[in-house]
Design a protein around this ligand. Sequence first.
Ligand code: 4AD
Ligand code: MG
Length: 460
Amino acid sequence: MKVTIDGLYKSVRGEGEVIPAGTEVTLEGWVRTNRSSNKFGFIALNDGTSFNNCQIVYEEDKIKNYADVAKLLTGCSVKVTGALVITEGAKQPFEVNAAEVTLLGDCDSSYPMQKKRHSLEFLREIPHLRPRTNTFMAVFKIRSVVSQSLHEFFRKNGFVYIHTPIITGNDAEGAGECFTVTTREDGNYQEDFFGKHACLTVSGQLHVEPFALSFGKVYTFGPTFRAENSNTPYHASEFWMIEPEMAFCDLKGDMKVMEAMLKYVISDILENCRDELEFLNNFVAEKKDLIAKLERVVSSDFKTITYTEAVEELIKSGEKFENPVSWGMDFNKEHEVYICEKIAKGPVFLIDFPKDIKAFYMKLNPDGKTVAACDLLVPGVGELIGGSQREESYEKLSARMDELKMERETLEWYLDLRKYGGVVHSGFGLGLERLLMYVTGVANIRDVQAYSRTPKNLKF
Ligand code: 4AD
Ligand code: MG
């Protein structure tokens, strides 16, 4: 019978269909390693259904083409038929005693991924082959589970999933980091495809807000693009963002959703991606404390400090920062790291930022200087989430846009929401890749994306 390696593991654990010892099974997969003596040999086979391999034992007097099988190279694809043997070993609870091994696709000896450990930098140059390594199998499995888990969290909590557009006429964050979309060489946007300047979205927020004023709780989840020329381990030019938006919800309610969402997703992978997390914990995470860290996050309460308190603490610390701290500045990575690793010692909500370093749509606090915004900082990554209560007053938002000399024309519709049944509402943006870095312990954003896009990097 045709089986998968995952099916075999489930069977020996007593989950799902039970496949008795001695059953003739057929597997298809890729050879991870192959070693042999003149009498018998072992293939570590992976078929992608399980993080773990299946050991194939082949013996000279049991298969026809022993010499050929002994020569099979790492990376080739094969079909194996043989008897299932239950070994009761802790690491390999079963193996397959081969009766037949057929080569499906040979692998040239130039295959760059041999049995030794390769650096992540080296593997970044072969993004089409690296999915076959343990590290990337773990990362991309977790990426898939995390994405589905986020959808599950929002669905269970009554959120409606909205697909916001990729092509847009406005720069949501107002930071001027848009990639232009054009069919012309001359930059004459009036004559261009849309008859105006168009760009790739930097955030789905503005487009999802109108749906929150209909369904109450909504979210968008898709790719976003930023032409920000920062070559850091934390910035990508294309990344995925989850953006919930909730009506009748203030900043406090917003933060509750952020915390519940993260705990839900982390609990899910702790339960369902155990093999992958153990591998990452032991071989990728810097201090081998990944699982302990994730378990702590699930059981702890996130702390909250205001921007102003953080400034005071940073100054009081006496720490020599490259960028000196003063009220009104936008924090750099070094400050974020200090705040969550030294002051809060875990995930921390930083709230009430000066209005001048935040986006135009944020709700002005009664002090007239700060806005009801919140960044969630986590150790090792820095800013994981950025969110805020939105300004719901037509007059205040309109005045703020004028103050910032923003083009009203492209955003008149956004102001309309404040005219027609507007309510207190809030939302946030979670960078999927930043979350993946946090939960996998992978230190560079380029290694949690299938094909990363960063400045001067578009080979694949
Ligand atoms: O803080 P940001 O810019 O917020 C917004 O875009 C809001 N419109 C969100 C909202 O309220 N709906 O981005 C949100 C998150 C950041 O906290 C970070 O995790 C991620 O998106 N992010 C990036 N991730 C990878 N590469 C980049 N260049 C990123 N820029 C932001
Ligand atoms: Mg931000």
